[in-house]
Design a protein around this ligand. Structure first.
Ligand code: ADP
Ligand code: MG
Length: 243
């Protein structure tokens, strides 16, 4: 058994009267790739945002690599261990690719400029974007920007990476270059939670698929189980619409 990297117990999140997460239990082991699927509005983004503490849970607990969130006391401590890649690449438009990659490690991790630069080059190379180090985001295609966003997340040396529909905003011909980078990270042992509608990716790369509906994980299993033999009516219904 590999160790537990993310342990979520009875996670609840409400926005006022709107109960979005209604008790989510999810454990992600080190090096595991969990794909999260489900209808729009079911709470997938909210779940990821809670794991990264961009949203404050209303109830339940989240433990990252053995460290429980301790009120507000260690929120920044934990947050920097979990990287996030969004649908919209969210690069800082007024900064070059290199500056985008160096900012957080220097500001949040306190690494030296030299080290930040070295690390940035290493990850830009990994995502095939080394030659764009001095470009600005608007000089890059969507797929290139998303690969830079992944490199930026990696520069923080996170213990886990969360992806929220990373290819949904891309033109179709750019989807694969981003999925290929994610596949490579998965093969290298990165712990990942991925919200995506890319079922090919889910089948090929996912160790486990979770179907979220109405703020709960309604069904989970291996890709073979979920795609080949879903048990819940709502899972079947959802899959029949997207496959
Ligand atoms: P999904 O990613 O599965 O489409 P979300 O997690 O984005 O779903 O949203 C789930 C529900 O929570 C939706 O009804 C959405 O409108 C609501 N919601 C999300 N974020 C907020 C917020 N900051 N304030 C109020 N409601 C929100
Ligand atoms: Mg979403």
């Amino acid at each position: 058994m590999s160790k537990e990297m993310i342990v979520i117990k009875d996670l609840k999140k409400s926005f006022g009267d709107l109960h979005v997460l209604k008790g989510v239990n999810l454990t992600i082991a080190e090096k595991e790739v969990v794909v999260i699927i489900g209808p729009s509005g079911s709470g997938k983004s909210t779940l990821l945002r809670c794991i990264n503490f961009l949203e404050k849970p209303t109830g339940g607990s989240i433990v990252i690599d053995g460290i429980p969130l301790n009120g507000e006391a260690n929120i920044n401590e934990i947050r920097k261990e979990v990287g996030m890649v969004f649908q919209r690449f969210n690069l800082f438009p007024h900064m070059t690719v290199m500056q985008n990659l160096m900012l957080a490690p220097m500001k949040v991790r306190g690494v030296s400029k030299d080290e930040a630069e070295k690390t940035a080059h290493m990850y830009l190379k990994k995502v095939g974007m080394e030659d764009k180090a001095n470009n600005y985001p608007d000089q890059l295609s969507g797929g290139q920007q998303q690969r830079v966003a992944i490199a930026r997340a990696l520069c923080m040396k996170p213990k886990a990476l969360l992806f929220d529909e990373p290819t949904s905003a891309l033109d179709p011909e750019m989807v694969n270059e981003v999925l290929d980078v994610m596949k490579q990270l998965a093969n290298e042992g990165m712990t990942m939670a991925v919200v995506t509608h890319e079922m090919g990716f889910a089948r090929e790369v996912g160790d486990r698929v979770c179907f979220v509906d109405g703020g709960k994980i309604l069904e989970e299993g291996t890709p073979e189980e979920i795609f080949g033999n879903p048990k819940e009516e709502r899972t079947k219904n959802f899959l029949s619409k997207i496959l």
